[in-house]
Design a protein around this ligand. Sequence first.
Ligand code: SF4
Length: 61
Amino acid sequence: MTYKISVNDDCIGCGACIGVCNEIFELVDGKSKPKLSETNKECAIEAKDACPVEAIEIEEK
Ligand code: SF4
């Protein structure tokens, strides 16, 4: 499965997504930013579930 990842403007920069999936997410100017726009790593889903404000959007391809 390939996941298309984006982070919307609701991100509050809490870092939870980076805690569970630092291969994919990083903080840039206080907001989470995907290092890759697409991945097959399951931790992207864990990051989405960990986000307190539902800022991570994942589309399965
Ligand atoms: S878990 Fe959500 S709010 Fe926290 S840094 Fe990641 S995208 Fe932003």
